[in-house]
Design a protein around this ligand. Sequence first.
Ligand SMILES: *[C@@H]1O[C@H](CO)[C@@H](O)[C@H](O)[C@H]1NC(C)=O
Ligand SMILES: *[C@@H]1O[C@H](CO)[C@@H](O)[C@H](O)[C@H]1NC(C)=O
Ligand SMILES: *[C@@H]1O[C@H](CO)[C@@H](O)[C@H](O)[C@H]1NC(C)=O
Ligand SMILES: *[C@@H]1O[C@H](CO)[C@@H](O)[C@H](O)[C@H]1NC(C)=O
Ligand SMILES: *[C@@H]1O[C@H](CO)[C@@H](O)[C@H](O)[C@H]1NC(C)=O
Ligand SMILES: CC(=O)N[C@H]1CO[C@H](CO)[C@@H](O)[C@@H]1O
Length: 882
Amino acid sequence: MRKLSPILFATAVFLASAIADIQFDIPEPNYDVSSSAPGYKIDGDVVRTKSGLEFPLSFMGDNEEGRDLYGKTIDDLTVSVDFEAEDRLRVLIADKEGKQIPVPDSPLGLERSKHDRAARKRNYDFKYTENPFGFQVIRKADKSVIFDTTDYPLVFEDQYLEISTAVPKETNLYGVGEVVTNFRRDNKQNVTTLWNRDDATPFYKNIYGAHPYYTELRNGKAHGALLLNAHGMDVFFKEGRITYKIIGGVLEFFFFVPKDAKPNSVMQSYTDLIGKPFMPAHWMLGWHHCRYGFKNISHVNWAVDGYEKAGIPLETIWVDIDYMDRRKDFTFDEVNFPEESMKALSHRMHSNSQRMITMVDPALSTNSSYEVYQRGKEMDVFMKNNDGSEFVGQVWPGYTVFPDWWHPNITEFWGKEIIDWVKLLDLDGLWIDMDEPSSFCLGSCGTGKQDTWPDLYWQLDDDKAEALIAEWQEAIDSYGNSTPGDSRNLLYPKYRIRNGYGDLSFRTASTNSLHYGGIPHYDLHNIYGHAEGEVTRQALLKHKPNERPFLLSRSMFPGSGKKMGHWTGDNHSTWEKLKISIAEIFNQHLFGISYAGADVCGFNDDTNEQLCARWSALGAFYPFARNHNNDVAISQEPFLWESVTEASKKALAIRYSMLPYFYTLYEEAHRVGTGLWRPLIFEYPKDNEYLDNDEQILLGSDILISPVLYENATSVENAQIPPGVWYDWYTYKAVEGKSSVSLDAPLTHIPIHVRGGAIIPLKTSAYLVTETFKSPYSLLIALDHKGRASGRLYIDDGHSIEQEGTSDITFEYHNGVLKARGTFDYADAEKLDTIKIIGCTDDLKTANHKGNKFQVSKDEHGAAVVQGLDIDLTSKFTLTFH
Ligand SMILES: *[C@@H]1O[C@H](CO)[C@@H](O)[C@H](O)[C@H]1NC(C)=O
Ligand SMILES: *[C@@H]1O[C@H](CO)[C@@H](O)[C@H](O)[C@H]1NC(C)=O
Ligand SMILES: *[C@@H]1O[C@H](CO)[C@@H](O)[C@H](O)[C@H]1NC(C)=O
Ligand SMILES: *[C@@H]1O[C@H](CO)[C@@H](O)[C@H](O)[C@H]1NC(C)=O
Ligand SMILES: *[C@@H]1O[C@H](CO)[C@@H](O)[C@H](O)[C@H]1NC(C)=O
Ligand SMILES: CC(=O)N[C@H]1CO[C@H](CO)[C@@H](O)[C@@H]1O
């Protein structure tokens, strides 16, 4: 029998209340390739298919040597190569019999079968060796080999797949997550584990989501690779190679090779496959506030009042699990959050054009008087043990069952619960948490657990916790390591990925529990949250078919960004976490998730005034901007401190004035797939000095944000200014690019620069997003060295899925002439009122539009300003300055 893991350590705990100190038995990473594995050879004809090539492989080992390393060797494989698009290649290595479980089409939303023609133009070549089999993907333009397995053996067993690619020693890798780490990854020796897990974001360990995707940058040229596999895996970055070690499924690779080899184009190619990020509604861009630990409805109203009194913009109030009756979804705490009071809060918010969101967890209480549970039971929609009984875990409401997103009744069941709930409170969106799924036992908490209140293991003393874990161990083991007809060891696969909780089933559903059709959780774990998102989004769309749904989820998978946003989870109120939030958001964008943000001021533990002020200023520019706090931490509403109030108001006034620019970037993300937040290296991929800059942010191409990330600092040292000329947002002072500068940054100030050459569409910031969008447009024209600038503005109604007409306007300025061209089909666009030109050496006196003359004046910083233009943005126009 195996040793108990996790292991309890009897430590000298001097806390008043004993807390179980569990040490997890996490395997040491093994960076080696399985050099004893004999590999596979091509064993039959290489056949041309409609979309590429297909050929069989057979195992090259004889009976013993290199066989069954960590599972059962699968002797016969099929390789299918699809030239799917000019910039995309798919290479699938699968077992011939089709028993291994690939990522299911549903709910992924990929249409794998669509490609029945090979792309004629291709930016890549595919080459292979026969004996042993290996393959190379080559960028045609410069003949560089971007993926190369030929030096390493292929291992293909039912519970262990291993494949490696050679990479240059000095390559730059970005991605593979979700993991908290620097943006540029350490390629000397590192491992990233993918097994979705609820943990308060420790560095370098697996957390909530799984993204087996990376972008690689070599000598200024980028490509991307996705291994579409939802099984647990370790991805090793080792000097000179990348090695995948995976505990199931098939090897389904996609390579992204855009012609221009730009990192942003790689994002475009990747999201062509997995889906473009969803288009948010205007209001979603506003400031959000949440707290776990609002004591009662008055406490929530106090927060809303506080924002209002302080004049800090608040668009949306969120209520965490506090509102629930004993933490049960779709119920109310009758004492502190009675139904009527929650309805009144919703009414209050809406009557002021503000919004309201609540949390919903997947796990449902097994309390026999809980109607939601009874309804689900009737429809048989919960995950099962392999004897057909309900799989029972534990979450906030005590013992729980878990909806099975693959069950044929699930859309009807969950859809009804969701729609009834959203209708009841007239909610503007939902927040799905704990969807890894999180559960507090070691897999099963036992069978038939109901109507008793379980302890939380971390609140027990060591002896009790140990007894409890032993009980769970028995429960999970009682169902056996495998399921009928499946000889795999689902509980304790021989290859142990470096899961942060040791055992795969710790704090989640057991890997031997079942989804519909008898598919073990082992095979679907990493896609559980993604699937919940899909089913929930469908419900929201059914409720309001033409409104863009709001959905935020903690657990994600490739393609989730098309449906929902992501926050980076429960971290601590520390300076380190403030800093790392930038890399985390860069990563989310890389994974195709544009609506992303971190909890402003930090979630766990107490924040402090200085940290919260700095964080509020940076957070004001998060694509998804929300202050969120834990129940046991001190309050951190921004209005509680003067400096935080000031920092918030200043930064949010800038964000709100930039909303047209933000919204245009969101439209680009939705159409193209690029990020809102861009690392400097992604915009200037040939400038090596930016390779590991994850402390400054380009918002789109045109706005540079250089936040203070260190305690007590009052300046940003060594801020990198990209090529060209850049202007200080506040003073219009020009800074020559390709330089490294020191920027003054008193406590409530965040340094921002505008790129010379950009035209930024702006509005007048107001308290609410809706009000802000109603104000007339203005343009900030920042000239480059040649006196030129250009920019873009996208306009639609700001909330509907189907639009009657949209406008996509390009502005160009040169030699005193501003031209607006493009499409102008959105009929209700506000007018253009003001134009400001900075970096202009000519002494402009008048602006002429259709025979009307306007005076040009100078503002206090020397910018040329013309106001009261009243120009319609419903057709093209030209404005000339003299
Ligand atoms: C991964 O890289 C980081 C940063 O260099 C390092 O601190 C960490 O220890 C590495 N992890 C492993 C498992 O080597
Ligand atoms: C709400 O909670 C606050 C903070 O605990 C408390 O001071 C207040 O009395 C409560 N109000 C009501 C109406 O229960
Ligand atoms: C779906 O729910 C109905 C009850 O509404 C039940 O009779 C049926 O068996 C369920 N379907 C499956 C596949 O479990
Ligand atoms: C089950 O629900 C009932 C009714 O809400 C409640 O009184 C009881 O305390 C609950 N029991 C548990 C263990 O949650
Ligand atoms: C910041 O200043 C405070 C007060 O002087 C001091 O206690 C703290 O150690 C300083 N922090 C750093 C990182 O220097
Ligand atoms: C990124 C980060 O700050 N992670 C921290 C989150 O909190 C855990 C628990 O205290 C720390 O271990 C991590 O370092």
